[in-house]
Design a protein around this ligand. Sequence first.
Ligand SMILES: Cc1cc2nc3c(=O)[nH]c(=O)nc-3n(C[C@H](O)[C@H](O)[C@H](O)COP(=O)(O)OP(=O)(O)OC[C@H]3O[C@@H](n4cnc5c(N)ncnc54)[C@H](O)[C@@H]3O)c2cc1C
Length: 499
Amino acid sequence: MSDKAIRKIVIVGGGTAGWMAAAPLAKMLGGRCEIELIESEEIGTVGVGEATLPTIRFYNRALELDGVDFIRKTQATFKLGIEFRDWGRVGSKFFHGFGDYGPRIENRSPHHHWLRLRALGDMTPIDACSVSASAAAVDRFTPPVGDAPSVFNAYSYAFHFDASLYARYLRDYAETRGVKRTEGKIVDVELRGEDGFIERLVLANGTEVEGDLFLDCSGFRGLLIEQALKTGYEDWSRWLPCNSAWAVPCESVAPLTPYTRSTARSAGWQWRIPLQHRIGNGHVFCDGFIERDEAARVLMANLDGKPLDDPRPLRFTTGRRRRAWNRNCIALGLAGGFLEPLESTSIQLIENGVGRLIELFPDRDFDPSLADEYNRRMDTQFESVRDFLIVHYKATTRDDSEFWRYCRDMPIPDRLAHQIELFRSSGRVSIHDPESFSEPSWIAMYLGLGVEPRSHDPMVDLIDEGALRGHFERIRGLVRQTVDAMPSQSDFIARNCQA
Ligand SMILES: Cc1cc2nc3c(=O)[nH]c(=O)nc-3n(C[C@H](O)[C@H](O)[C@H](O)COP(=O)(O)OP(=O)(O)OC[C@H]3O[C@@H](n4cnc5c(N)ncnc54)[C@H](O)[C@@H]3O)c2cc1C
């Protein structure tokens, strides 16, 4: 290590973000740099955030976690995607699955061929070509098999897990690799006179903690990035208006569904996340359109099982910190911003935030171009995810409540307006950030919400119609066979990874 190497990293916060940062840093730095994590049991964690995206598997794999042990100890279940109910219009139901709608044909995306066949009168839903959607519809699950492209692995999956157990799991991992955990409440953050870098933290018991690099994982309050460094917050609530939630666990019910459910309500939406030992539920809403007590009542009236607790309130402002990396501080998790729980993107943003920090790891000179690059990449991802979420609200045809009329009529970012118009006119999907949601995800949402393309890629018309029909018959048959051979998720878990 050079004489300018970072000697000590201080992580503020022991929620999902804090321990997700500590674990890979401990693995990578292997004792060559001191890591101290400070958390306060008195303050506690946000205690939600239990649905993930498939990239969580890459994160877990990079840590070399034992996959079965992780599932058992976090009460995890499998997630093939999200079922949307009443979005777009009341009574609608569609699935955003992880995976594509079959292989590309003549280098053209499968949905263009499907659009062509539909125009020719074949009304088979596009989900018949999706393994994840077809398996989810019958509550079946088995992991994809093999690496060679085939129907048997043309899908992906993520996890639902107990957030506090996951943080605990990573804490054990990190502590085993030398991370020091300090219990205590930080009451002061001291900045260096000459450049405003963070120098030390002061705990309520008078202990002082110095460091070179500080990770702010303190949750919504942004103790370092905002309260000390005054970085500023970009408020996106004009596009993502939900600002509150009630959360409550309830007893499990059969069947154990291998997906998250998101049901639109009159002023927001409700999540349902099945774990092995309970179901997590929450009602996300905008308090400008519904009374808070009424929102809690709606949640409690729509649980599948007996509630296991009283509902817990949460408040947030959708948006992001103006600079996630400011001076010698990097904000991860809720301290860096929050785009609301729809599509479960926060944990993925933590994964990527930690990954990019490792890629652009600084020394004590803190070359500003490293922070600029980090912020550029985080900004791109935040904006791309934001726009994907806005589509869920904007593309509605619901007009049964003031909230949905607001969403339907609200102005949206120009780039997103172009993306939607492009799809409407020609079925083409414009992707701003290749590291974020890919083409099949946008297609699932557009078609599910009722954004209908007026035409399709003309190149697909060059393919022989009979051959194309035969191809689709074959793919649908293989998807059916694949799903028929899968066990139910309950059976798969009972046999392989019961908690
Ligand atoms: C309603 C809701 C639903 C969500 N659902 C999902 C989901 O399904 N999927 C998903 O990916 N994400 C979801 N999220 C986001 C997810 O919960 C967070 O990204 C994740 O939990 C990380 O939180 P955190 O660690 O940043 O903050 P927290 O969990 O709030 O942790 C903050 C930590 O900082 C410590 N701390 C704060 N101040 C001090 C101080 N002064 N001194 C010492 N310690 C301090 C606290 O003790 C705590 O340990 C959801 C969020 C909300 C609000």
